[in-house]
Design a binder for this molecule. Sequence first.
Ligand SMILES: [Zn+2]
Length: 226
Amino acid sequence: MRAVCLLSGGLDSATTLACALRDGFEVYSISFDYGQRHQVELECAQRVSDALGAAAHKVIKIDLRAFGGSALTADIDVPKGRPTAEMGEGIPITYVPARNTVFLSIALAWAEVLGATDIYLGVNAVDYSGYPDCRPEYIEAFEKMANLATKAGVEGHGALKIHTPLISLSKAEIIQLGVSLGVDYGLTHSCYDPVEGRPCGRCDSCQLRLAGFVEAGLRDPLEYAG
Ligand SMILES: [Zn+2]
């Protein structure tokens, strides 16, 4: 049984890959070189994929910097030191337009070639409710579309399923789950705006990660800048 797992090299996607393996799949991991300012995450994705034992790992190049529109793909400053309450309000500037739709569509194409009917995605609706493409209703709609869009769906070789094992977990719960499944978080990368390859400790993603480790009663193995 094969599955495709979207792997950014971050904490959530590494945990999701571990869940796919736990579920008994032969897992094919896929990452995207989309012009993100935190390109270092691609090396992390490869390391995580090797360490956990994915069957193969692909990096697909799509230049979302061609039109920007996000602090991750344009010359827009990444917000630093925001209070948690502020992070939960509205759609953050680090939202990349239609990113999950673009990525899931490509993962779907690979799944079809592999004869896989399962796709794993590490979205989370708790810590980051501001991202529209991380909501359960979005995932359900994509799954429905995927079954209409593919040869596999039409010929009835089994319905395509999008798995989101982290969608209702807190960051601390995600970390505890990953640790129980043997994820080495020292190989992962979460920062939106690394300083000389090191996480900044102050962007939304770093702050949520650090708070998650504190809440889980564990130490983040990463070394932060400054
Ligand atoms: Zn950061």
